[in-house]
Design a protein around this ligand. Structure first.
Ligand code: 5GP
Ligand code: ZN
Length: 144
């Protein structure tokens, strides 16, 4: 499979690496929202969050915290955004799971532009129950 982030993780494609752990790598995004925009990936290929093996998750979040603190201190940030696009519909363009950490600056005019909706009568409870049921099914299928 031809995956650019697998190639970076394997050292076949150069990247500006800022952190490397057992199972996790962090490097600068080549087209940053702001300089210092970092991508954090599992070294082994997973397409998205739902495919990510449980044993990677802890290290991935710890690395994200470490990298974010490094950004805050090195760039003297007041804040940063942490986000991940999962699926083409959500804007994912590289189909190897990654978290974005990007610096924020006053008046940088970066916005996640969207309207908001309202739930109809009973709709919120129905949606909540659908999700809870799917989570229960998924957890019990893993336990079997
Ligand atoms: P996505 O759109 O999938 O959430 O984010 C993919 C990100 O990967 C983009 O921000 C893009 O700039 C970055 N990217 C794509 N190819 C490369 C590459 O070869 N090297 C690096 N460092 N970043 C890349
Ligand atoms: Zn990959």
């Amino acid at each position: 499979m031809d995956c650019i982030f697998c190639s970076i993780a394997a050292g076949r494609v150069p990247a500006e690496i800022v952190y490397s752990g057992n199972r996790v790598l962090a490097f600068l995004d080549v087209n940053p929202i702001h300089p210092g925009h970092v991508l954090i990936i599992p070294k082994r290929h997973s397409r998205d969050l739902t495919e990510l093996p449980e044993e990677v998750l802890g290290e991935l979040m710890l690395a994200t915290q470490t990298v974010a603190a490094g950004l805050v201190h090195s760039l003297d940030l007041q804040g940063f955004n942490l986000f991940s696009n999962n699926g083409a519909i959500a804007g994912q363009s590289v189909f190897h799971f990654h978290l974005h950490v990007t610096p924020r600056y006053p008046q940088d005019n970066i916005r996640f532009v969207h309207g908001t909706k309202e739930y109809g009568p009973g709709e919120m409870a129905a949606v909540g129950e659908r999700i809870r049921q799917a989570i229960r099914d998924n957890v019990s299928s893993k336990e079997q």
